[in-house]
Design a protein around this ligand. Sequence first.
Ligand code: PEP
Ligand code: MG
Length: 545
Amino acid sequence: MGLETNRKLSGIGASEGVAVGSVFVHAPGELEPERGGISAGEVEGEIQHFKEAVASVVKSLGETSQRLADAGNDNEAGIFEAHAELAEDPELHSSVEERVRNLESPESAVISVGEEFAAMFAGMDDEYMAARADDVRDVASQIAAEIMGHEASALATLDTPSVILARSLAPSDTARIPKGIALAFVTAEGSATSHVSIMARSMGVPAVVGAGPGLETAFAAETVAVDGGEGYIITDPSPETVVEFEDKQRRMEEERTALDEYRHTEARTTDGQRIEVSANLGSAEEAEDALAWGAEGVGLFRTEFLFMERPELPSEEEQYEVYRRVAEAFGGKPVIIRTLDVGGDKNLPSVDQPEEENPFLGWRGIRMCLDTPELFKPQLRAILRSAAHGNVKMMFPMIVDAGEVRGAREIFDECRKELDEEGVETGPVEVGIMVETPAAVLGAAEIAKEVSFFSIGTNDLVQYTLAADRGNERLHRLQGADHPAVLKLIGMTCLAAREAGIWVGVCGEAAADPALIPKLVRLGVTELSMSAPSIPRAKKVLSEI
Ligand code: PEP
Ligand code: MG
């Protein structure tokens, strides 16, 4: 039990819902050895102890890998397989044994050796190898935790439903947590549009982010109550607080059930205007769930998650399989695949990305793709091929002018020509862009001549318009799409689109905001795409406009 019960800590409500559960602190690499040294008589026993700990960690990594593979998550399964191999690395073993023979405790030895290996990896020029530093640290701390009888710190092996507390959570961290295990996320850093928040919303897991450095005082708590809508947590809640949260949970459950009737309705305003409500997806596995929530299509398929956490780029074939799976799951409903948008806070071990002072203003999205045809072309080919199996559309992220669109389309046309020559089946693909930079809005009339639709990415549009980092918890005031400057840009986009005769959607987080939906529709938006659990409520709001 923490020092004080029922202590309240506020942050940003990033994903609705309440939860009460035991605390799991994700603090990678911060494990401290319990003992420094051992006596000479303990050496053999401690070496044995180390070997048993390794065997147990390898077993559990193998089980996780198998579970993920069974669920069709081959990428993630591969990560755990690689971790198991690292745990069994003979060099790691001999270095630990040597230290134990010199009377160092095995937990201290494995942490030190892990650090040495990590430093070696981190110093390598090869981007992929450098990214392995965290993996080796992760594996070493799992072995050390096992030796000390602690719960393993790795999120991936977590098997009791828990509230996850962390300074920050990378998209890859959240992706590794077994399904159904995270009751809620609470982070010190981040904002409502940072990627942990987006992922929490699509997983339907409550989240509070941006709780500030004070969150570390909550790390010692045993249980925590989380309100992801209001944006606060209560550490070691009293029995009365627990009851209060349970009541809230019940009420929200009832509200959710009441919204069920809207799931499969066609959203129409009271004056008959039809608005399409679609889902944002990050993987093919989410397709079935999204359909069950009532998605009328996919307004944004974030393909970058397919590229993350793996040493090599996914092949054209692998991408084709994924895109085809989504296209087929949605039948004739539109599926908008966004071409790779990495950079910013999403990095790829397989791409040689430079260190940048301002990654969000850096080599990101379409900029990287235009410069790297070997990265871009397999994706475009895979999209074209998947279009033979459904209603596939495609959009480019981070566009700033019509020249970029023409450049990307040129490569796209080249891909189609190549596939035709190879006799490979393709389908028609409408092309659009994400409007997420002020420059794209200012150039919308010219860009509209090149494309069939606009999809406004309010998350980035807000950050670039208000010059406010979307992940900085101190800038909460400047992270809303309801800022007049942003609404004005949305209006300008709609106007340019109407004049050119193309449609406009919104796929940023603003699309799910009940207070903003009426404004977006009035400005001329005809498609809203959001995390799937938000769909029924959005349809209800639309039906009342
Ligand atoms: C956006 O910027 O609004 C968007 C939808 O893209 P992402 O959040 O992936 O940057
Ligand atoms: Mg964006």
